[in-house]
Design a protein. Structure first.
Length: 502
């Protein structure tokens, strides 16, 4: 060919080298690789790649191949495509590990700090992954894909496609695929079609998904309102798992329920899945779900949660729970339970019924707690003519010389204020410093609202003047919070709702 002046150019030599390589003719291939590599810097990346694959098929050529790559590395400038082949050569022919290849990548970046094209990219990763798969080394593929690729899902998809062409005998690829699925579920682009395709492939293989993968998929389906998919997925997989693995999946669903960004209907769907699949869920966790619905003002949903366990708030639902409670012979009512019932019926605007439970408390062996006193005065505040029972309770406390706390004192003042008893409230508040300590502290602002909740609209100015004169610091704090005028004419302080607990 040389006598005929053919093949003298680099392209011609490459063509001949490729020809002998395809025929596996070692001697001739070596000869033409050497001819084409008289100046290694002129070798194209594609020919370097052909040479590397040829030498990997014939291991006796690896030492010979090493010389070529060393000459390539000695060149003043190495184009990006050649670097990619050099990395593959290091990982394959030189048996370098992941850390070594990473160091070589950093060397490339340092040699060309101002050239953004000289950075590892998808072509770099694809070449390494292809080599890893060709050696049936899933661990290397996984490591290079997720450590070197650093979230390169496109490269992971290439690796997955290559894996489909391999003969897998012991499911050694499953850890990689599980991680890939979880990464796809967590990605912002959320490639749902790719995820569905992979899950279908695994179903055909009867492959078992890891618990964390099932958790990620469950969240994906829940957010897409695909409730049947969630149930099917969990029914097929969860019976394989340990209690700890089941708990991880359940806790992910519970976290979804407690996320304030999710609407109550999706939370309800997640809760239905929990009680259907994870019947081992304990009472405290169910109670948190119930309280979540209460906080969202969905007492109907909360009562259904209680129905799978037991506690409530709006009228009809509260009656249902109370009746269930009365029929349960294993429950012995105590002060805390009566406190809860008082709170519930007061919240349902049934203060009269709430006070019946106060009678039960006073007639019980345990008797009232300080919380009971706060709660009963709150009921008196909302009950028509509630100042009468409030005075009776207060006077009885005085006769019995019971120590009065700041909270109970404020609650009683609130009961009188709720009935518009301005003069009595003024006397009570002014005596409060003597009875329970300094009043005009910021921490007492929580107890102030009763001073502004008088039913008679003609008294709101009197209340404001009195508060400004005697407690100017308190008034300043109240002004910062602001007031809202009720439709009946009285002012109500704008403050976070204080939630009493039994």
């Amino acid at each position: 060919m040389e006598e005929l002046r053919l093949g003298c150019g680099t392209t011609g030599k490459e063509i001949v080298a490729r020809f002998y390589t395809s025929r596996d003719r070692i001697a001739e291939a070596k000869l033409w690789f050497e001819k084409a590599g008289d100046f290694p810097a002129n070798l194209t990346p594609s020919l370097l790649h052909v040479m590397l694959k040829f030498c990997l098929r014939h291991e006796e050529l690896l030492d010979w191949c090493k010389g070529f790559f060393r000459k390539v590395l000695e060149a003043d400038h190495i184009e990006k495509g050649k670097w990619d082949v050099v990395f593959q050569w290091a990982a394959s022919a030189m048996d370098k590990g992941v850390e070594d290849v990473e160091r070589m990548m950093r060397v490339m970046e340092k040699r060309y700090p101002d050239d953004p094209s000289m950075r590892p990219d998808i072509d770099t990763i694809n070449g390494l992954v292809e080599y890893a798969i060709s050696k049936s080394d899933p661990y290397l593929a996984e490591t290079m894909d997720y450590r070197v690729g650093a979230g390169d899902l496109s490269g992971a998809q290439v690796a997955y496609n290559l894996l489909q062409g391999e003969e897998i005998t012991e499911d050694e690829d499953l850890p990689v695929i599980n991680k890939f699925v979880r990464a796809l579920c967590a990605s912002e682009s959320l490639p749902y079609n790719e995820i569905s395709s992979i899950i279908s492939d695994l179903d055909e293989r009867n492959a078992r998904l890891e618990a964390d993968t099932v958790s990620s998929l469950s969240m994906l389906y829940i957010t897409r309102n695909e409730l049947h998919e969630v149930v099917d997925l969990l029914q097929v997989n969860t019976y394989h798992y340990t209690l700890a693995e089941r708990a991880r999946i359940r806790d992910a669903l519970l976290a979804f329920c407690f996320d304030k960004n999710n609407d109550e209907y999706r939370i309800w769907d997640a809760y239905r899945v929990i009680i259907h699949i994870f019947d081992e869920t304990d009472v405290p966790k169910r109670a948190r779900v119930m309280n979540e619905f209460f906080d969202r003002k969905r007492s109907d949903m909360a009562c259904h949660v209680f129905g799978h366990m037991p506690s409530c708030a709006d009228g009809e639902s509260l009656d249902m729970v109370h009746n269930m409670l009365k029929m349960d012979s294993t429950i012995e009512p105590n002060t805390r339970l009566y406190n809860s019932l008082m709170l519930a019926y007061t919240a349902c605007e049934d203060s009269s019924r709430s006070l019946h439970f106060w009678d039960d408390i006073t007639n019980s062996r345990e008797g009232p707690s300080y919380k009971s006193l706060e709660i009963v005065f709150q009921a008196c505040q909302r009950k028509p003519f509630g100042d009468r029972p409030a005075r009776e309770i207060w006077n009885k406390m005085k006769r019995m010389e019971i120590e009065i706390t700041r909270e109970v004192h404020a609650a009683y003042a609130g009961a009188l204020a709720g009935q518009g008893k301005l003069d009595e409230v003024k006397v009570l508040v002014e005596a409060m410093e003597k009875d329970v300590g300094v009043w005009s502290r910021r921490s007492d602002i929580v107890s102030v609202p009763f001073t502004m909740q008088f039913k008679a609209s003609n008294r709101k100015d009197l209340v404001a003047e009195w508060t400004k004169e005697l407690y100017p610091e308190v008034w300043k704090e109240m002004e910062k919070l602001g007031f809202t005028e009720h439709e009946e004419g009285h002012l109500v302080l704008n403050m976070p709702e204080r939630k009493l607990k039994a």
